[in-house]
Design a protein around this ligand. Structure first.
Ligand SMILES: N[C@@H](CCC(=O)N[C@@H](CS)C(=O)NCC(=O)O)C(=O)O
Length: 159
């Protein structure tokens, strides 16, 4: 499974374990302020272990467009929750989710690409945040790496 971080002899195979390792070895991974850090960890937790209907119905497929996902009531509720988060947090304290660009923004990037893939439209602050996230240099680099892949995973190719 991905993601995996290999750091010398160390292999770390869980997203939050990777983030915590990076936090212990680098500056600026989580917000410096304890309250913002707690909020950031709560939001990251929603991606790691929440928004389950959205994640199941809309597998990440960054190269695809105009794909149709079944939008059950549970999926719509998850989409509404993402819209709420993207309307409420960015801009409160700088352009990104909780101050500087960080873990929470990175963890929501695969949601931004899902909305592109499955034609989920946004408006207002949520739309602006999605566009800004998709234009971040690290996200652009990640999407370019995906575009260069030639493998296709059939179960992720919804019509
Ligand atoms: N707890 C793990 C879950 C990782 C996970 O589910 N990875 C998925 C993609 S997001 C994967 O690699 N799926 C490939 C597979 O199931 O074969 C984490 O958050 O890092």
């Amino acid at each position: 499974m991905v993601p995996v971080l290999r750091a010398r002899d160390l292999v770390i195979w869980d997203t939050l374990a990777i983030v915590e390792y990076l936090h212990e070895t680098h500056q600026g991974v989580w917000p410096a302020d304890a309250i913002k850090r707690a909020r950031a960890r709560s939001l990251a937790g929603e991606i790691h272990s929440g928004l389950n209907a959205l994640r199941a119905a809309m597998p990440v497929n960054t190269r695809a467009r105009d794909r149709r996902a079944v939008r059950s009531a549970e999926v719509e509720a998850d989409i509404a929750r993402v819209k709420d988060i993207w309307t409420r947090y960015p801009g409160q304290d700088g352009a990104w989710m909780l101050g500087g660009f960080g873990v929470v923004d990175i963890m929501f990037a695969p949601v931004a690409t899902r909305f592109q893939t499955y034609g989920v439209t946004l408006d207002g602050a949520a739309e602006a945040y999605q566009a800004q996230l998709l234009a971040h240099p690290l996200v652009v680099e990640w999407l370019a790496a995906g575009a260069a892949e030639t493998d296709v995973i059939p179960i992720l190719e919804l019509d």
